[in-house]
Design a protein around this ligand. Structure first.
Ligand code: NAD
Ligand code: TYD
Length: 347
């Protein structure tokens, strides 16, 4: 089976590519990635020479290239992760999110449709999405697969739009698809613009930890390797034309999470108790900041038997260890353009 994985050099994508390349020697995995600031082939060093793996540097918005590529390789299945993925950047540059997340997805859908429209049997377009499409929860309740879409940021609006197009292509052209909407991921290889790796990097460098607003915003955190396993399961056993929510059963208020992270970092770095917490700095809130995300993952749990394999404390421990052991990776991704983004975002 020829599988196209888009965005495979990014954070979640690299774990998905590894999961498939290592576990399915009979599949050929084509990883297509533009290598934006968030994509990094260092993430895949351990599998880059495997016979069932090919990397293609390309932009999903390059329609001619994508059409020719599908014609050449006839990908039977697509796992689509390529996206602009950071909310704060979407507030600075919304159009980049429309281009990649909406237009790019439609270009892939078209290429897939045109390749297989006479025979969709055993074909699949698997779209990876986010819980942020559902908008913000109050203090109670959970996002279900049936929750109405109510995106509040340019990022979540672009992801919601791409989800709608995938469903529309299913209804209109009959393409077989599945969509998963996952909660916040954390773990090795995450670019240090998102909360956990940004704060780990700042603690290492004794820099302020910029907590937005009052810190009472809540997210549901999932270890990235558990997400990759869930994607594997949905890819093989998920029902055609269905949506599955994936979550960590693991809600944390930002300030409580940051406090736990500080405590674990103090131990790892042999710093005195409370040293990292002194770096916590409350800063101006994110515009349109969603109060709370929390997933009801009972459908994937009941139908496919999936549940997270690690607790948050275990996952955070592994994550911190990875960043401490991979300081070269961390230094290389925080050189160059990173500093200008950081200054603009946090000045
Ligand atoms: P990421 O930003 O780490 O990686 C995105 C990858 O896509 C990068 O390798 C980048 O080079 C590539 N890319 C970007 N634009 C491209 C283009 N035009 N053409 C080809 N490649 C391009 O993102 P991530 O956190 O790994 O997220 C992956 C997917 O999972 C996204 O679709 C995101 O919406 C979704 N998701 C993320 C989370 C999370 O917590 N990170 C949670 C739920 C869903
Ligand atoms: P983030 O990792 O950007 O994920 P998302 O916005 O997709 O949930 O942010 C997680 C939470 O942490 C969110 O409530 C915003 C907050 N946050 C901060 O308080 N400070 C920061 O510097 C960042 C990046 C995020």
């Amino acid at each position: 089976m020829k599988i196209l994985i888009t965005g495979g050099a990014g954070f979640i994508g690299s774990h998905v590519v590894r999961q498939f390349v290592n576990n399915y020697p009979n599949y050929h995995i084509f990883n297509l990635d533009k290598l934006t600031y968030a994509g990094n082939l260092e993430n895949l060093k351990d599998i880059e020479n495997k016979p069932n793996y090919t990397f293609i540097k390309a932009d999903i918005t390059n329609e001619t290239f994508i059409n020719n590529l599908f014609e050449k390789h006839q990908f039977e299945r697509v796992i689509h992760l390529a996206a602009e993925s950071h909310v704060d950047r979407s507030i600075l540059h919304p159009l980049a999110f429309v281009n990649t997340n909406v237009i790019g997805t439609i270009i892939l859908l078209n290429a897939f449709k045109n390749t297989w429209e006479d025979n969709f049997k055993n074909k699949l377009f698997y779209h990876i999405s986010t819980d942020e499409v559902y908008g913000a929860l109050g203090q109670t309740g959970l996002f279900k697969e049936t929750t109405a879409y109510h995106p509040n940021s340019p990022y979540s609006a672009s992801k919601a739009s791409s989800d709608h197009f995938v469903r529309a292509y299913g209804e209109t052209y009959g393409i077989p698809y599945v969509i998963t909407n996952c909660s916040n991921n954390y773990g090795p290889n995450q670019f240090p613009e998102k909360l956990i790796p940004l704060f780990i990097n700042n603690i290492i460098n004794n820099k302020p930890l910029p907590v937005y607003g009052d810190g009472n915003y809540t997210r549901d955190w999932l270890y990235v390797k558990d997400h990759a396993v869930a994607i594997d399961l949905v890819f093989h056993k998920g029902k055609n034309l269905e949506t599955y929510n994936i979550g960590g059963f693991n809600e944390w208020k930002n300030i409580n999470l940051v406090t736990l992270l500080c405590q674990q970092m103090d131990k790892k770095l042999n710093r005195e108790k409370g040293a990292s917490e002194k770096l916590i700095t409350y800063v101006k809130d994110r515009p349109g900041h969603d109060l709370r995300y929390a997933i009801d993952a009972s459908k994937i749990n009941k139908e496919l038997g999936w549940k997270p394999s690690v607790t948050f404390e275990q996952g955070l421990d592994k994550t911190i260890d990875w960043y401490l052991e991979n300081e070269v990776w961390l230094k290389s991704v925080t050189s160059g353009d990173y500093q200008s983004y950081y200054d603009r975002q946090y000045s």
